[in-house]
Write a protein that binds this ligand. Structure first.
Ligand code: C2E
Ligand code: MG
Ligand code: MG
Ligand code: MG
Length: 278
């Protein structure tokens, strides 16, 4: 597989964080240094249209590569910490910029681009002026916002918070498409679905667990997919690892898929192998 070995080297920082302020300062410096020294890398995971098998897009996922050890850290180890100290905003914008660079490079190489999904933290999404900043990054690289899908994780706040709802509408008006990430992982709000302006709903991989063996798990997945479809929203399932799961999703007419069964996240330049030449 294309993915480098993964370590949990940064997990110690999360524990250290609880220790004292001095440690936190040290980590903050380390992160700043990391950005300046290219330690954060954009990996891309392909997404496919299930009915045709065509590449429909890719998701940008951050990796933190330690230059000393070569160890690759997965975001679950450091994102929670970055969300606590506010550094996440910097990282999200950095990833947005890396994404626009990738799209620009594809164009330069006469490759037909596909949209790239960028994750924006729940701690960041309601930030005033976010849409404007993201647009500026697009413009600087000559990338139309239609090529960017903004992913945000489902939270209670999203349903309750009017400021957040407005922020979403602003992003949408700016031309970005919107995806609700990790749907069904925590708290699913039906009213959120009715009122929101999401183009895509990304079903959390937990929907797949037990699906092969358990009739009820299948019933739930199928019903949820049809419900989202009936709202006129595109369905996307994450975490497909087995052909039996793909089979099931074909039967349920899910629109888009993503998972290790197809491809793991890979360094951005390797995704060009999946793109058609123009
Ligand atoms: P996510 O946005 O839900 O991303 C999907 C995660 O599922 C990725 O984990 C991906 O590697 C993993 N995955 C994909 N297919 C499979 C599969 O078949 N099986 C299994 N077990 N896992 C699969 P990753 O890259 O470790 O990212 C974890 C989370 O960190 C992401 O979840 C996202 O919430 C967050 N994240 C990643 N990059 C960024 C970023 O640039 N900014 C922000 N704010 N969050 C990010
Ligand atoms: Mg995501
Ligand atoms: Mg997800
Ligand atoms: Mg997730």
């Amino acid at each position: 597989s294309a993915e480098l070995p993964v370590g949990d080297g940064f997990a110690i920082y999360d524990n250290a964080m609880q220790k004292n302020l001095q440690e936190v300062r040290k980590i903050e410096k380390r992160m700043q240094f990391g950005i300046e020294n290219n330690e954060f890398r954009i990996y891309l995971q392909p997404q496919f249209e299930l009915a045709t098998g065509r590449l429909s897009g890719a998701e940008a996922l951050v990796r933190w590569i330690s230059p000393e050890t070569g160890l690759v850290s997965c975001p679950d180890y450091f994102i929670p910490l970055f969300e606590k100290n506010g550094f996440i905003k910097k990282l999200d914008l950095y990833m947005m910029e890396q994404t626009c660079r990738v799209l620009r490079d594809w164009k330069k190489q006469a490759l037909e681009p596909v949209p790239i999904a960028v994750n924006i933290s729940r701690r960041h999404i309601g930030e005033p002026g976010l849409a404007k900043r993201l647009l500026e990054i697009c413009e600087a690289h000559g990338v139309p916002p239609e090529y960017i899908e903004i992913e945000m994780t489902e939270t209670f706040e999203l349903a309750e918070n009017k400021t957040l709802q407005k922020a979403l509408i602003t992003l949408k008006k700016a031309g970005f498409s919107l995806a609700l990430d990790d749907f069904g992982k925590e708290n699913t709000s039906i009213s959120l679905l009715r009122e929101s302006c999401f183009d895509v709903i990304k079903f959390d991989k937990s929907f797949l667990s037990g699906c092969i063996e358990d009739k009820r798990a299948r019933g739930l997945l199928n019903s949820m997919l049809q419900m989202v479809k009936n709202l006129g929203i595109k369905t996307h399932v994450e975490g497909i690892e087995r052909w039996e799961e793909e089979d099931l999703l074909k039967k349920y007419q899910c629109d888009r898929v993503q998972g290790f069964y197809y491809a793991k996240p890979m360094p951005a330049d390797m995704l060009t192998n999946y793109l058609p030449k123009t």
